[in-house]
Design a protein around this ligand. Structure first.
Ligand SMILES: *Cc1c(COP(=O)(O)O)cnc(C)c1O
Length: 412
């Protein structure tokens, strides 16, 4: 009987909610909001109670094409119907096609596929050390930035510039020196006394650190400095890459070409895939046995990434992202002009930060109640990372609904 069958999921849901309140067997590593989503469409997502939300976060810069994009759904279903996985013991057609495409749009020569951003950065760090050893540097050292975020594995946590995230996990991995962000003199000072430097690793826009942009002049001068010293330039494009800022990769705004760039988040529009792309002095270093991953770049995730890239191209989502991002920033600037407590509105394309003069984490819950998915990072920065398919109407709705929450919060 259909009626009886319907009771089963309802009962299961009740048990699930009950257990969720009492205790969960999921390890307690996230401060989760008390909401569960069941499905989405475009920039809209619906919770298990049937309430709809505007998604201005896209799973932390992941759902590039929004939710349930028909082209992506079809590509994933078709690939699943053919084959999910074979391992990297064999050639993988979809992975090779993806590598060709990424090389074409990034200016890189060769690509290693991982399953996450941290793993992509692990690949970059290993590559930089390998490069150093080949040059006879016994203790290769990488320059990293204050407020940087590179991941949660031991090496990427050590490269991350957040003491709170590192606390309790010492000993950290050695071989990193930290400098202030967007400060060329600080790097020149390190170069003078440290002969073990092999690379500089940075985000052209720091995401987790609070949407901080490195100036284009800094990036160009840093490229030159890396060339002068024979260092690799590593751009962590995990958050700012994949068309989010209006170009395929953030470094392309400065017209520079890094030796290594890493990707993940938006690359597969929701399936777990990362990439460590190498060119210039970093190409041709690794051979069989130097690095690997069981899942990395399997047929399923490669097909999803290929479709993500093809759809961004076909639908002109790069220019769209830049244009909608500029609109969101200008609408916020207009609506929040003169409001006491507003510090800054900044970003590039659909990577946007609104900085307040006080910790504002509670805005995330208030926005959720109002049907908006947003984020706060670095305590005081409201962060927006909408899907690239965000429409002009979505943009206006986001600002219209967010501004009263911000004003109310600052007036309290
Ligand atoms: C999210 C992020 C990472 C880590 O990616 P994971 O997939 O969570 O491992 C690394 N670097 C940057 C810039 C990021 O934003």
């Amino acid at each position: 009987m259909p009626g009886e069958l319907a009771i089963v999921p309802a009962a299961m849901a009740a048990v699930f909610v009950f257990w969720g309140c009492l205790m969960s067997h999921v390890m307690n590593t996230y401060a989760r909001l008390p909401v569960t989503f069941s499905h989405g469409q475009g920039a809209r997502i619906t919770d298990t109670e049937g309430k709809e939300y505007l998604d201005a976060l896209s799973g932390i810069a992941v759902s590039t094409l929004g939710h349930a994009h028909p082209k992506l759904v079809a590509a994933i279903a078709a690939q699943a119907g053919r084959m999910l996985h074979t391992s990297n013991l064999y050639r993988i057609r979809e992975q090779e096609m993806l590598a060709d495409k990424l090389a074409e749009i990034s200016g890189m020569q060769e690509i290693f596929f991982s399953n996450s951003g941290a793993e992509a950065n692990e690949g970059a760090i290993k590559l930089a050390r390998f490069y150093g050893h080949k040059k006879g540097i016994e203790n290769p050292t990488i320059i990293v930035m204050e407020k940087a975020f590179h991941g949660r594995t031991m090496a990427t946590l050590s490269a991350t510039g957040n003491r709170k995230a590192q606390a309790g996990f010492e000993p950290l991995v050695s071989g990193f020196v930290r400098v202030p962000y967007d400060d060329l003199e600080a790097i020149k000072a390190v170069a003078e006394h440290n002969k073990n430097i092999v690379a500089v690793m940075f985000e052209v826009i720091q995401g987790e650190g609070g949407i901080h942009l490195a100036s284009l002049d800094y990036q160009r001068a840093l490229r030159q400095l890396c060339d002068e010293h024979g260092w690799l330039m590593i751009c962590d494009e995990v958050q700012c890459g994949m068309a989010r800022t209006g170009k395929w990769f953030g470094y392309q705004h400065a017209g520079i070409q890094p030796d290594i760039a890493t990707l993940a988040k938006g690359l597969g529009s929701g399936v777990p895939i990362g990439a460590c792309m190498a060119g210039g002095k970093a190409a041709g270093l690794f051979g069989p046995g130097n690095h690997g991953s069981t899942f990395g770049g399997n047929p399923l995730v490669s097909a999803a990434a290929l479709t993500t890239i093809a759809t961004i191209e076909a639908d002109g989502l790069m220019a769209h992202a830049e244009c909608i991002g500029a609109l969101i920033r200008s609408l916020f600037a207009e609506a929040l002009a003169g409001v006491a407590g507003l510090v800054d509105i900044r970003g590039h394309g659909l990577m946007i930060g609104v900085e307040l003069d006080r910790p504002c984490g509670e805005l995330v819950g208030k926005a959720l109640a109002a049907g908006l998915l947003i984020n706060v990072t670095a305590d005081k920065v409201i962060r927006f990372l909408p899907p690239l398919i965000f429409s002009e109407n979505d943009a206006r709705e986001l600002v219209d609904r967010c501004v009263p929450l911000i004003k109310e919060f600052l007036a309290a």
